[in-house]
Ligand binder design. Sequence first.
Ligand code: CIR
Length: 261
Amino acid sequence: MPLVALVRTVSPSITQCELTHLARSPIDFARAEAQHAEYVEALQASGCTIAWLPPEPGLPDAVFVEDTAVVLDEMAVVARPGAASRRPEVPGVAKALERYRPLYRIEEPGTLDGGDVLVIGKQLFVGQTPRTNADGIAQLGRIAGAAGYDTRAVPVTGCLHLKSAVTSLDDRTVVLNPEWVDRQVFAAYTCIEVDPAEPFAANALRVSGVIIHPLEFGGTRSRLTAEGFAVFPVPAAELAKAEGGVTCCSLLVSPEQSGRL
Ligand code: CIR
């Protein structure tokens, strides 16, 4: 059965998005929508069935659905985003995920953004960031630990989320920006570093053997293709002004994996 990609339309209020490391620059809403449409087409072309979440026009960051949950084969962990403005995004996603997985929740005082959780097999790497606190990491560790996952907290500096700094290309290989995360944490993996001129290029989305990656990062793309990865470039510059990348705009769910604990 094909992967299901949960996605949500870009909100017209995106111009009011949260920003941490970038200065606010004007976002062209029509262009952001057009680029998001190309992203959704790339997911479809990569074999995903698209499931649209209810739009949230009044929530500026609602397109970045990744931050609201962590989907594992056995369960979905509903996040408690570190930015209070983003918490109202969660219920619509939780309701959609109920169809596919038993739900567990990160509870107050824990905070956790899905963008901080990198899943490679049974290993969870979780970024220590202003969005994800120690309590959130500990809760995730306990919940996922019951299904055999090991959780490791990872210091992150200079970027919003762990997955801004590192993502996996397959179960043995990561693409990483060594300025933002310590390469040694990923010593067990083959590490491809981003082109130093493209610090944001470590955010890559792996979908059924294809790597969806921002079109703008040709230097890093060459490094990925040189290692044999099939890259599907998509324009992503407009949502990048909101500090979003390609992993942030979907939650991927394998419908046949809905095992219970
Ligand atoms: C935020 O600051 O929460 C949004 N403007 C961007 C979220 C991007 N999400 C992600 O990297 N997972």
